[in-house]
Design a protein around this ligand. Structure first.
Ligand SMILES: [Zn+2]
Length: 391
């Protein structure tokens, strides 16, 4: 019950800060006494700051509460098949520094872990307390236990206890999630889907990944596989997919599938950006490839809209960057084909966080876990210590 109330207060603060105690009570439906108790708990861990409001309310200015940005640093890391992209942020999720490193999961797990640790070490500001680390990595993952299960094309990585290895190395709590789910979380809190409780994020690159946010939380399903839109069937007799099925969305719109089709048609294109330039210059075959991809992709999104009814769909990844007309084109097709009343309000947008989405999402996951259980996540900063300081 206490944890539930704290979650409700944290989420309201995250959405509405700076906010007064009485407005917080109104927004959450909790009593003033409960709000006071929860705020005291967060303040005991130095997680909030108070500032006087500009408005006078019956003679006195209410105090406004915000998260304490200066409380310490967080590190968010996206690990992909080719690189590490890491971000150092403050406690509000504001990125302060970034770092990129090449990454080869196929060399060895030990080498991979040490590359990740080196990148984190380099990014840490030694002058600030480190509060936690979040990681987004190709799925499948066990996010509760912090285990990388066995991502496709990821060398010998099988059941790797990544978060416990990082906690052992850095002495702080760590969390991990599937990279697309982390990106969905990033867009929900800091990007295109701010203030939306139901959001679907889809990444279009070497694979088609997706993350679904329902009621402000990542929706996982029974096996952490919910939202695998890349493996929904678009063409029942289509090409064989890695997952064993045929005609999955991924076999039709992933970057490797697109480039294979380009080669089959004899087009001299290195990557999707090349294909776009050729289409713009009037190459009919290149334009046909793009048109087919938009048709398949919109079919996949129509299925997703009819399944999940998200308020917003956020599209990100290499293909979205390479084809600047993708989002608008697909949005138009989806609106024409979804269940009438559903499609009216749906917003289909480009990622706002771009290449930062997964790493910033990993930061958000770390911040929210710390806020939900500060006593567990911030050992050494006991109530007693801060009660003395505050009194
Ligand atoms: Zn598949």
């Amino acid at each position: 019950m206490r944890a539930d109330n704290l979650s409700v207060v944290v989420e309201a603060l995250q959405k509405l800060q700076p906010i007064s105690r009485s407005a917080l009570a109104d927004a959450t439906g909790l009593t003033a006494a409960t709000i006071t108790h929860m705020v005291n708990e967060l303040e005991a861990f130095n997680l909030l700051v108070e500032a006087p409001s500009g408005e006078r309310n019956v003679g006195r200015r209410p105090t406004l509460l915000s998260f304490n940005r200066q409380r310490g640093q967080l590190i968010g890391v996206e690990v992909s098949r080719t690189r590490i992209h890491a971000i150092r942020s403050d406690f509000s999720g504001q990125a302060l520094a970034r770092l990129d490193r090449p990454f080869r999961p196929t060399s060895s797990v030990k080498k991979g872990l040490s590359t990740i640790c080196e990148a984190i070490t380099e990014l840490i500001d030694p002058a600030l307390p480190l509060l936690g680390i979040g990681v987004g990595i190709p799925g499948p993952v066990n996010s509760t236990q912090g285990i990388v299960i066995e991502p496709p094309n990821f060398g010998g990585w099988r059941n790797v206890p990544l978060t416990s290895a990082l906690t052992e190395r850095f002495g702080v709590p760590c969390w991990l999630d599937d990279d697309a789910k982390a990106a969905a979380y990033g867009e929900r809190w800091y990007g295109a889907g701010r203030h939306e409780e139901t959001l679907l994020y889809i990444s279009l690159r070497s694979g088609v990944g997706a993350g679904l946010i329902v009621g402000d939380r990542v929706y996982r399903g029974a096996h952490e596989l919910a939202g695998e839109i890349g493996h929904t069937t678009i063409h029942v007799d289509g090409p064989l997919c890695e997952c064993g099925n045929r005609g999955c969305l991924e076999t039709l719109v992933s970057v490797p599938a697109i480039m294979q089709e380009a080669r089959r048609l004899g087009l001299d294109a290195e990557d999707p950006a090349d294909l776009h330039r050729m289409a713009v210059a009037g190459d009919v075959l290149a334009q046909n490839i793009k048109d087919r991809v938009y048709l398949y992709l919109s079919a996949g999104l129509v299925n997703a809209v009819n399944h999940y009814d998200p308020a917003v769909i956020v599209l990100g990844g290499q293909l979205v960057r390479a084809w600047p007309d993708l989002t608008e084109n697909v949005a138009r097709k989806v609106k024409g084909r979804s269940f009438g009343y559903l499609s009216k309000d749906i917003r289909i947008m480009e990622s706002m966080l771009d290449i930062d989405a997964s790493a910033l999402g990993a930061v958000a996951i770390a911040i929210h876990n710390i806020l939900r259980d500060p006593a567990e996540a911030l050992p050494g900063t006991s109530h007693a210590e801060f009660s003395v300081v505050n009194s």
